[in-house]
Design a protein around this ligand. Structure first.
Ligand code: NDP
Length: 448
């Protein structure tokens, strides 16, 4: 109700673009002055190391700056409509949109969705995960103190199967933007379908990291360990399948495992901690069960593979590397924890087959110094985000989303702005001829 009324007043949806852009920049500026507070809140509610969250927070204002600039510089189109007509196409907001966000990057994911949605003039109802709702509640206050009218962003808290379901079923919602598990994505998709509501979804992944023989091993070990274990592996894009070419396989795996064994696991608020706990007991048990199943299927444990029983208050799992075969569940299914599987490949063809052997298609990274190989492999991987010689890097301008069962639509960039607008095609007749279809003459008049 509040979101709809706010939208209808036009206080934000019809505000001058210049003023809206100015307020978006104000939000970015105020956020820059509060990064430490948000880093602390994110760390405390998710258990992710403070060092990680401090680094992540520094990027968040960029999403507001980017969309503030985008709306000032966007160009509407005028089309070559046949005859004496001008056809111009405007982009208008959708109305009230719903956003359902997860616990792994609570503020980053919310901001990725909020910035394009409000830049376009929509009102938003956002439901964060019950496991991590604190920072977003605080962030909305910051937006309002920066000039955003009250009622443009509305947070509702509560569990997904109750509050989330109620929100997604509301016929006043014009679009649902969801990040989370693929199973939940299917449930939400059904609700969206019933209401003829649009949907953007960013779902599960099992991203391959493909390492070719020609690389500098030490360098790429550093890059791929980061790709796998940042956020305790709890990211949709985590490099969770490590594919290594046969010529360097043994040497690479040795160095990779050595590095993983040295990851400092501990208290998230300790500045020296490199990996914290996972989010919940439920998630810990899910990870443990999947690793146990993998062992039963014949996976070889190269390091880790157990729950950590330390004195700390949290759900810790050992950073784990498993040598596996592609038919195993752990090669196919998302673990969402600090577990990476490794497998050998022979040549480019074999690398592509293994990488694409998945229901998911969110991300992939290719590690090689051979520019031709890099581009050839990128051309043939079924994924929405592909890095060459890197993993995880993200930017507000860069489209983000998946192929196959990893989702629908895109976050970031002009794509997300388009997701949050609808076109209105306005056709103007400027001909001096008048037409009368129902006259008695037989002259040829174009009516269509
Ligand atoms: P979910 O997909 O269940 O949760 C994501 C969001 O959806 C939360 O806000 C949740 O609310 C909400 N939600 C859950 N069920 C419904 C529903 N029926 N209707 C509307 N909203 C709903 O993720 P989980 O936290 O349960 O994690 C399960 C798995 O999903 C993970 O193991 C991982 O594999 C994957 N995942 C993927 C993410 C990604 O970035 N791609 C992020 C998080 C998880 P609430 O939590 O408050 O109940």
């Amino acid at each position: 109700g509040v979101a709809q009324n706010t939208y209808n007043t036009g206080i934000w949806s019809k505000m001058d673009i210049q003023e809206r852009s100015h307020i978006m920049n104000n939000i970015a500026y105020t956020l820059k002055n509060h990064l430490n507070i948000f880093a602390f809140k994110e760390s405390v509610q998710t258990g992710r190391p403070i060092k990680e969250m401090e680094a992540q927070m520094t990027r968040l204002p960029e999403w507001f700056e980017y969309y503030a600039s985008l709306i000032r510089s966007k160009v509407d189109t005028c089309l070559p409509f046949k005859g004496d007509f001008v056809n111009y196409v405007k982009r208008e907001p959708l109305g009230v949109v719903a956003q359902i966000t997860p616990w792994n990057h609570p503020l980053l994911i919310s901001i990725k969705k909020l910035a394009p949605a409000i830049a376009a003039g929509n009102s938003v109802v956002i439901k964060p995960s019950e496991l991590a709702p604190c920072s977003i509640l605080e962030f909305v206050k910051l937006c309002e103190s920066s000039g955003l009218p009250k009622g443009v962003i509305n947070v509702i808290t509560g569990y997904g199967p109750t509050t989330g379901k109620y929100l997604c079923n509301d016929s006043r919602i014009s679009k649902i933007d969801f990040t989370g598990g693929t199973d939940t994505g299917r449930i939400i998709g059904e609700m969206a379908g019933r209401n003829i509501t649009g949907m953007i979804s960013e779902l599960g992944g099992k991203s391959p990291m493909i390492v070719f023989d020609d690389v500098d091993i030490a360098d790429v070990v550093n890059g791929t360990v980061f790709g796998s274990f940042i956020a305790s592996g709890q990211t949709c894009i985590a490099g969770s399948r490590l594919l290594i070419q046969k010529g360097i396989y043994d040497k690479f795996v040795d160095k990779f495992v050595e590095k993983v064994k040295n990851i400092k696991v501990g208290d998230p608020l300790d500045n020296n901690t490199q990996m914290g706990p996972v989010i919940s007991e439920q998630q810990l048990n899910k990870i443990d069960q999947m690793v146990k199943n993998a062992k039963k299927e014949g996976a070889k444990v190269l390091c880790g593979g157990n729950i950590i029983n330390n004195q700390l208050n949290g759900y810790y799992y050992e950073p784990t590397v498993l040598e596996v075969e592609p038919h195993m569940e752990i090669f196919q299914e998302e673990v969402f924890g600090p577990v990476v599987v490794v497998h050998k490949f022979t040549d480019e063809k074999n690398a592509i087959e293994l990488a694409n052997n998945s229901e998911y298609g969110l991300g992939a990274s290719i590690w090689t110094n051979n520019i031709k190989i890099g581009h050839r492999i990128a051309d043939n991987i079924d994924a929405g985000i592909i890095w060459i010689n890197d993993h995880h890097k993200n930017d507000p301008c860069s489209p983000w989303g998946g192929f196959k069962n990893s989702g629908i639509g895109r976050e970031n960039g002009i794509e997300a702005f388009h997701e949050y607008t609808q076109t209105k095609s306005i056709i103007v007749n400027y001909s001096s001829n008048t037409t009368d279809w129902f006259s008695n003459s037989n002259s040829n008049v174009r009516y269509s």
